[in-house]
Design a protein around this ligand. Structure first.
Ligand SMILES: Cc1cc2nc3c(=O)[nH]c(=O)nc-3n(C[C@H](O)[C@H](O)[C@H](O)COP(=O)(O)OP(=O)(O)OC[C@H]3O[C@@H](n4cnc5c(N)ncnc54)[C@H](O)[C@@H]3O)c2cc1C
Length: 397
């Protein structure tokens, strides 16, 4: 056996620690470098990890913690802005559709598992540049330090610096026209329906919520927003102003939507929604990109985190089974591309339904949606959820 390959992982969100754990299992020596000055266990709002992603968490040995700290999701119940029930997606029994978990908790669980396995995680390391020599790759950080490895894995999210450096001609992230916002409410008088997420095509904006055992409510909304806003631009608007705008948006929607907004005690987070089909290779020399860094899907299909986890496992298998890195990276891209691009497009399509606000569009959407929902129940989404990767199976060139 040769010397183990030193893997420099850029980013400690979801793909980063997952890739590090799988690469270690594949015999590599991984190190994680994260731009944030320190870990933020309260980062972001919450997300759904679909059952295909939960399978990877199982393989990583952390699924039990996610089940314990998350909220089981079985059924999505859709309603119109007039309060009419439009239909359900999902099944009350069998394997859950997935789990809803606070983003900060998911980050913490993955990072702690990486650290428990002896993988070093360094914060305050923002990648700014790199240099590839014949034998190795050097990553340069904003604090003036650098590190040398055999290969680099870019897990640095949708605005990836590594992508800009190695694939300058790749397509840029595309703004979907929607922003997402959300928070956590307490003390709102809303009955808990275990396993159910409620989705409401409100009169002016889309709204989703679930009630966790104990009464905490996780909620989010989507609305069209002009221009191409950045996260910083949206954050520059005072929170009180967002609260005012959001209360106004939902004031005429059915109970309990206005009540949930009123009882929101947490900060309201606001995010522009971009997606990305890079239309380029996913790797160059001894660097490869995974997760949102190379294919970001809008949150509508609830698959971005799961795809990042799947990527991490498939990449490690390729590095384990194919000796030459460029060939391993090419095999990884080959194995993953069709699936992730299909999901990015599928999620875009769902998002388009959230754009409808004029009365004619709303009328037709509410009329047709029950048919779409029934179709979604008939195994139409099995290709997305029933994807399986077996660690022991060899990757063939
Ligand atoms: C509002 C919203 C809701 C969403 N909801 C869902 C959902 O319900 N289900 C779902 O599956 N997905 C959802 N997603 C998508 C999901 O968040 C992403 O697909 C997922 O986070 C991708 O993981 P990642 O590790 O590739 O990237 P990220 O989670 O973005 O992690 C990237 C990491 O890299 C770090 N980094 C960035 N630049 C550098 C640098 N130069 N040097 C070092 N480190 C760097 C960042 O600080 C971060 O820690 C949602 C996204 C948004 C915006």
């Amino acid at each position: 056996m040769g010397k183990s390959k030193r893997a420099i992982i850029i980013g400690c969100g979801i793909a980063g620690p997952a890739a590090a754990i799988f690469l270690k299992r594949a015999g590599c020596d991984p190190f994680i470098y994260e731009a944030m000055p320190e870990h933020d266990d309260y980062a972001g709002l919450f997300l759904n990890v679909a059952r295909n992603g939960v399978r990877i968490l199982q393989e990583l040995g952390v699924a039990e913690r996610i089940r314990r700290e998350g909220v089981e999701m079985r059924i999505m119940s859709f309603q119109s802005g007039s309060g009419k029930w439009l239909g359900n997606v999902g099944q009350p029994d069998g394997e859950p559709q997935g789990y809803t978990i606070k983003r900060g908790v998911l980050h913490r669980v993955l990072r702690e598992e990486a650290e428990r396995q002896g993988i070093p995680v360094k914060f305050g390391k923002r990648l700014v540049d790199l240099r590839m020599t014949g034998d190795n790759v050097i990553a340069y950080f904003a604090d003036g330090s650098s590190v040398t490895g055999d290969f680099l894995v870019g897990c640095d999210g949708i605005h990836s610096r590594l992508r800009q450096l190695i694939l300058p001609n790749a397509a840029q992230p595309a703004y979907t026209g929607l922003i997402s916002f959300g928070g956590f409410a307490h003390r709102a008088a809303v009955p808990q329906q275990p396993g159910t997420q409620h989705m409401i095509f409100g009169k002016k904006a889309f709204f989703g919520y679930l009630v966790k055992e104990g009464g905490e409510i996780y909620w989010f909304g989507n609305i069209e927003y002009p221009g191409t806003p950045t996260r910083q631009e949206l954050e520059a608007i005072p929170e009180a102003e967002w609260r005012r705008r959001i209360s106004e948006l939902y004031q005429d929607d059915p109970h309990p939507v206005p009540e949930i907004i009123r009882q929101t005690t947490s900060k309201i987070g606001v995010y522009p929604i971009y997606d990305l089909l890079a239309q380029s290779a996913w790797h160059s020399g001894s660097a490869v990109l995974i997760g949102d860094a190379i294919h970001a899907t809008s949150p509508n299909a609830g698959q971005g985190a799961s795809l990042a986890l799947e990527d991490a496992m498939v990449l490690a298998k390729c590095v384990r089974d194919i000796d030459q890195l460029p060939q391993a990276f090419a095999a990884f891209q080959e194995l993953r591309r069709e699936r992730v691009e299909r999901i990015v497009r599928y999620s875009r399509k769902i998002g388009q339904r959230k754009h409808a606000t004029n009365p004619v569009q709303v009328f037709f959407r509410d009329l047709l949606l029950p048919y779409f929902l029934r179709a979604a129940n008939k195994q139409a989404t099995d290709w997305m959820y029933d994807y399986r990767i077996a660690w022991q199976d060899q990757v063939a060139l």
